[in-house]
Design a protein around this ligand. Structure first.
Ligand code: NAD
Length: 375
């Protein structure tokens, strides 16, 4: 079978969906791999390296010609994919909740769209989980970027000229990105605290040496919920959380927000009033900015200054670490397809549990349960 890797077309997207390493592995499985010229440029992976790994390096239309599987970071416009085989698999981040029209276009074009963000959170799929691999890097980068924007140092320094006090960092939302943000801020020497609605995270926060800040008067989410994700909280909880955060946030230098609820806009966690209570020079990094933002007034890719506080949010934080993000994303895709490789068929054959979870379109229709009613 033929696997094609195209150059990403979305503005600012520097990642690539296969590295020379994973190309070599796909070829070992028996696939033929075609890579569009310059596909790896943004992640500093040269055409020569892909060719050396055994790929055919071609123009876009040539690479697509007769492809059975197209690998991408962002799902390309189906119009671009006209040269691929009918029914070809398009394995990518399809952003299905926000880009319903595109999913419909995939159905109409007869492609099988496989959304990597819908990978179920089960043990055997952990190595295929692109949300985790990319969020981890985002959590790291959010702290590094905030530290760079902050006009003061992170660690305590005792010098002959006097003492520099440590920065206070508060992480809101302790999933994969939040945990890495805590660990990174700790490594830089900050005093770190963190909060979440899932009470299971309390122990994780403490085990990283940070201070858990939790609403104690109203029940949060016990256990891991559905696949480990949060849900929308009650008004009573939200009010208690706002009060707790108001008290705490006024004393912080850096706040990193990462809170997401699948299929819903990001919960609003920081109001304008709370921003005004922070010290001038403080920094807020809103990792949820594309999903609507956790912070009032945050804008994608455009730092905003409010009440002397800088609010940052890249729309593609992991993409700013394009080489590592591509390497991990590519391995997620390889782990996914190789786990289902059927030697006799010479191609991957998905099982029901994972196939049904990630498949958005098939045979001209939208088939995913999570999108039912979204057509
Ligand atoms: P996410 O990106 O969906 O959300 C980030 C965090 O925001 C979550 O911890 C969530 O609880 C929190 N949040 C939501 N609403 C909030 C609010 N109003 N206030 C404060 N915090 C709020 O989450 P994620 O990073 O994808 O991880 C969620 C869980 O899934 C974690 O426990 C993670 O370890 C687990 N996980 C499991 C697997 C697996 O088993 N394969 C893979 C990845 C993640």
């Amino acid at each position: 079978i033929r696997i094609a890797i195209l150059k990403e077309t979305e503005e600012g997207e520097r990642r690539v969906a296969a590295t020379p390493e994973t190309v070599g592995k796909f070829i070992k499985l028996g696939a033929e791999v075609a890579v569009e010229q310059g596909a790896g440029d943004g992640a500093r992976m040269s055409d020569a390296a892909y060719a050396e790994a055994g790929a055919k390096v071609l123009t876009g239309p040539q690479a697509l010609d007769g492809a059975d599987i197209v690998l991408a970071v962002r799902a390309p416009d189906p119009v671009v994919l006209a040269g691929a085989k009918p029914g070809a698999w398009i394995v990518a981040m399809h952003d299905p909740y926000q880009r319903g029209e595109r999913v419909a276009a995939y159905a109409k074009a007869g492609f099988e769209a496989l959304a990597m963000e819908f990978m179920p959170r089960i043990t055997r799929a952990q190595s295929m989980d692109v949300l985790s691999s990319q969020s981890n890097l985002s959590g790291y980068k959010a702290v590094i970027h905030s530290a760079d924007t902050f006009g003061r140092a992170f660690p305590m320094m005792m010098t002959a000229a006097g003492t520099v006090s440590p920065a206070k960092v508060f992480v809101m939302g302790v999933g994969v990105a939040g945990l890495q943000a805590i660990a990174t801020a700790k490594r830089l020497g900050a005093q770190v605290s963190a909060t979440d609605v899932r009470s299971a995270t309390k122990e994780q926060i403490a085990s990283l040496g940070a201070k858990p800040i939790f609403v104690e008067t109203v029940e949060g989410i016990e256990g891991e919920g559905s696949g480990g994700y949060a849900t929308e909280m009650s008004d009573e909880y939200k009010a208690a959380q706002a009060e707790l955060v108001s008290e705490h946030i006024a004393k912080q230098d850096i706040v990193i927000t990462t809170a997401l609820i699948p299929g819903r806009p990001a919960p609003k966690l920081i109001s304008d009033e709370q921003i005004a209570s922070m010290k001038p020079g403080s920094v807020i990094y809103d990792l949820a900015v594309v999903q609507g933002g956790n912070v009032e007034g945050s804008k994608p890719d455009e730092p905003v200054e409010k009440h002397g506080v800088t609010i940052i949010g890249y729309s593609n934080t992991a993409g700013h670490l394009a080489a590592d993000a591509s390497a991990l994303y590519s391995r997620n895709l390889y782990n996914f397809l190789s786990a289902f490789w059927d030697e006799e068929a010479g191609k991957p054959v998905l099982d029901e549990e994972i196939g049904d979870a990630v498949r958005l379109t098939q045979g001209g229709a939208i088939v995913n349960e999570r999108l039912r009613g979204a057509e």
